[in-house]
Design a protein around this ligand. Structure first.
Ligand code: HSE
Length: 428
């Protein structure tokens, strides 16, 4: 890095890219003061340099040729905000091979190509920083990897998708329809280009992969764990859980150490309303960690959106300037997944919502099936409607996932049960 100034090249002038430009517009003087030398946004590359992004930008720094950044000897740090796998990966690798430090918010890329990216950064002796990839504006990766590194982690629990949390919050507070809130989240720039990544849990899974590597030293690819989104959860489930059971619905990423190996999973979860995580609403995210020495720590803030995420991106750039030669260790890059607990062996409490015909004996049949599968019932509620249908809501004591899945399959085969039952895991 030049002794007299720091030059940054940005690839990807989308939502977050425009946020980075805005930070430079407003705070360049402060950034330069902190670094003790001018910090410049030297080039911004994107295929579209015509559309208005709602930020002022010096037209002369805009380019449609990515090599104006990658091959530019003046540029010290490359920010990759293209997203997705290709051409983002090619750009990141080329920047590193050209001796440039790289900052990225691309969780999909990092979660999938962890080993290669870290290897190439190490080989080229450059920094690769990606704080913005998990939890948007929340500082979580550096605290986890450095400040808390004295600990062995018992568990990491994260609400890590702003879009999903926004949807669940609005459904709970305003009884809004899933589709309407999703549209709002897209308008606000929270959602991924393909919002199924948000609502089907993939975005949370990618972030959990990064946290799991840093917290437990294990790289677990997404196909090795259970990932379930929020599309099946109904407004009735949310309302009932809130009013009658005092639970809050969250899309949770969970990684915890157990005797049977590392447990890792993503799914909608009911959380008791007095748990800290239950108070994390709207686009906010939180990562709740339990370390053996530090105890519980919760990191909380805006997990999505232009400015919060851009804040983490620019923070990474400054960290590189402050500590250019700092050696960051993410632990051994091990491609062998060690002992991952089977989803069927996970133990949890469950919420079951079953729509059935209101006929004599059906409740007894259902509890009989649960009993046969060693599932003990904590509470049963029944809501009759005007038609001949009834919604039965059962909360179980802790049970084994394989057993509950077997039971649900049998329940759904009953001729009185007309639609697929809904199962939501409960965090105690
Ligand atoms: N789509 C993501 C979210 C953005 O909603 O949280 C941050 O990764």
């Amino acid at each position: 890095m030049s002794k007299n100034e720091v030059n940054i090249g940005l690839i990807g002038f989308g939502t977050i890219g425009a946020g980075v430009v805005e930070i430079f517009n407003k705070n360049q003087e402060i950034l330069s003061k902190k670094c003790g030398k001018p910090v410049n946004l030297k080039k911004v590359a994107d295929l579209d340099i015509e559309s208005d992004r709602g930020v002022k930008i010096d037209q002369s720094i805009l380019t449609t040729d990515v090599n104006d950044v990658l091959e530019n000897d003046d540029i010290d740090i490359v920010i990759e905000l293209v997203g997705g796998y290709e051409p983002a990966k090619t750009f990141v690798l080329k920047a590193m091979e050209n001796g440039k430090h790289v900052v990225s918010a691309n969780k999909a890329l990092i979660a999938k190509h962890w080993k290669e990216l870290i290897d190439v950064a190490d080989k080229n002796n450059v920094r690769f920083s990606f704080e913005a990839s998990v939890g948007g504006g929340i500082p979580v990766l550096q605290p986890l990897n450095e400040c808390l590194s004295a600990n062995r982690f018992e568990g990491i629990y994260g609400i890590m998708n702003g879009t999903a949390n926004y949807i669940l919050t609005k459904m709970s507070e305003e009884g809004s329809k899933f589709e309407d809130v999703l549209k709002e989240a897209q308008k606000m720039g929270y959602a991924e280009a393909d919002p199924t990544f948000d609502i089907e849990g993939h975005d949370t899974a990618q972030k959990l992969i990064v946290l799991t590597k840093l917290g437990f030293g294990e790289y677990v690819p997404q196909e090795k764990f259970h990932v379930e989104g929020i599309t099946k959860i109904t407004p009735e489930d949310i309302e009932f859980a809130k009013n009658e059971l005092k639970y809050s619905a969250k899309l949770l990423g969970i990684a915890k150490q157990t005797e049977e190996g590392l447990e890792i999973r993503v799914h909608p979860t009911f959380i008791p309303e007095d748990h800290l995580l239950a108070s994390v609403n709207d686009v906010f995210n939180a990562i709740y960690l339990i370390g053996d020495f530090v105890g519980p720590v919760m990191l909380y803030g805006q997990g999505a959106g232009r400015m919060a995420t851009a804040s983490a991106v620019v923070g990474d750039c400054l960290d590189i300037v402050f500590n250019e030669n700092k050696r960051i260790s993410y632990g051994p890059v091990d491609s062998q997944v060690k002992s991952i607990k089977r989803m069927g062996d996970v133990v949890s409490k469950y919420y079951l919502s079953i729509n059935t015909l209101d006929e004599p004996g059906v409740l007894e049949t259902i509890t009989g099936i649960l009993n046969k599968n060693e599932i003990s019932v904590e509470s049963i509620n029944q809501k009759t409607s005007e038609s001949n249908e009834v919604k039965i809501i059962i909360v179980t004591h802790e049970a084994n996932e394989e057993n509950i899945q077997k039971a649900i399959e049998k329940i759904d085969e009953l001729q009185e049960v007309k639609e697929k039952s809904n199962l939501i895991r409960i965090l105690e």
